[in-house]
Design a protein. Structure first.
Length: 133
């Protein structure tokens, strides 16, 4: 077992460890949201990939004008929200599967949510600032 695990955890039976877990809890919602965000990211990513060459080929002011268009800014905000949320969901699965320390796992989950939440807020603020700025 891991060094950070308690003696109580080491002597628990597999059934005792599994109680309260499974598809009847939050795992199904998490799995479903990963699929929904992945499906939503397909058209949004294609839209962004089609527009990126034109954005980078133009001048800075042309790129700002493109981003200030309501449809483009809304699509970019949707892409950013879905991408950050999908990334958080994926990283949470990795942390839950591979971090076994009782102290480290909640800290890493909280840190992941905080960092990606802050990054998402900053990215959304930048798009809104350009649009309404």
């Amino acid at each position: 077992m891991r060094e950070c695990c308690s003696k109580q955890e080491k002597i628990q039976s597999p059934l005792a460890k599994a109680r309260g877990l499974g598809a009847a809890k939050s795992g199904y919602h998490h799995w479903w949201m990963q699929r929904v965000t992945a499906l939503a990211l397909v058209p949004l990513s294609l839209w962004l990939l089609l527009h990126l060459p034109r954005i980078f080929a133009d001048t800075y002011t042309d790129a700002l004008t493109w981003m200030a268009h309501p449809w483009n800014s809304l699509s970019l905000l949707l892409f950013l929200w879905m991408a950050f949320y999908h990334a958080v969901l994926g990283l949470e699965v990795v942390i839950e599967d591979y971090i076994h320390c009782k102290v480290g796992k909640p800290f890493m989950l909280l840190l992941t949510r905080f960092v990606f939440g802050l990054a998402g807020i900053m990215a959304g603020y930048a798009v809104l600032l350009i649009n309404f700025g």
